[in-house]
Write a protein that binds this ligand. Structure first.
Ligand SMILES: C[S@@+](CC[C@H](N)C(=O)[O-])C[C@H]1O[C@@H](n2cnc3c(N)ncnc32)[C@H](O)[C@@H]1O
Length: 145
């Protein structure tokens, strides 16, 4: 699996983290699960974990765990659910897990534009990585399995 190749080198805070920070959702202890190269972690001064870039597992629980743009890079339903379960293990009592995904529209538009090859309900990109987009309803549905 080459999901780590989907991680981009950011220079600024990501859009989801900007929204969460401005909404006060990152005020307590926060873990960015699947943090990629770690720019959000660095800017916000929070903890990060990524199986490829920062593989040291956290040893505590957090008020907020974020998982941004991870599930859309995994090519089976099982892997996506497992990643969510893994992230959930680090949520403290009364805490929250926030999951974001690239949207169906975004992925479909990119697939058309760049000629990505259909695969497992999503696409293989030009870099050989997997991408699948979700609509809110689909996210809700697959979390209820
Ligand atoms: C598209 S990047 C997103 C990185 C970061 N969250 C961001 O928004 O820039 C996807 C990341 O998910 C990580 N990843 C892959 N499988 C994972 C898993 N099971 N649990 C947590 N992270 C995973 C990859 O290593 C990769 O860095």
């Amino acid at each position: 699996m080459n999901s780590h190749k989907t991680a981009i080198s950011r220079t600024n805070l990501s859009k989801p983290m900007t929204i969460f920070r401005d909404a006060g959702l990152l005020d307590g202890p926060t873990l960015d699960f699947g943090c990629g190269k770690g720019k959000d972690v660095e800017i916000l001064g929070i903890d990060g974990y990524d199986p490829h870039y920062f593989p040291k597992l956290p040893v505590k629980w957090y008020n907020t765990v974020t998982m941004n743009y991870v599930i859309n890079t995994l090519d089976t339903h099982y892997k996506r659910l497992q990643a969510i379960r893994d992230a959930w293990k680090f949520v403290d009592v009364g805490g929250i897990l926030i999951i974001t995904s690239r949207t169906y529209k975004d992925i479909t538009n990119n697939a058309i534009k760049h000629g990505w090859k259909p695969h497992a309900g999503g696409y293989i990109t030009g870099k050989g990585t997997f991408q699948i987009g979700f609509m809110n309803d689909q996210l809700r549905e697959f979390l209820s399995y």
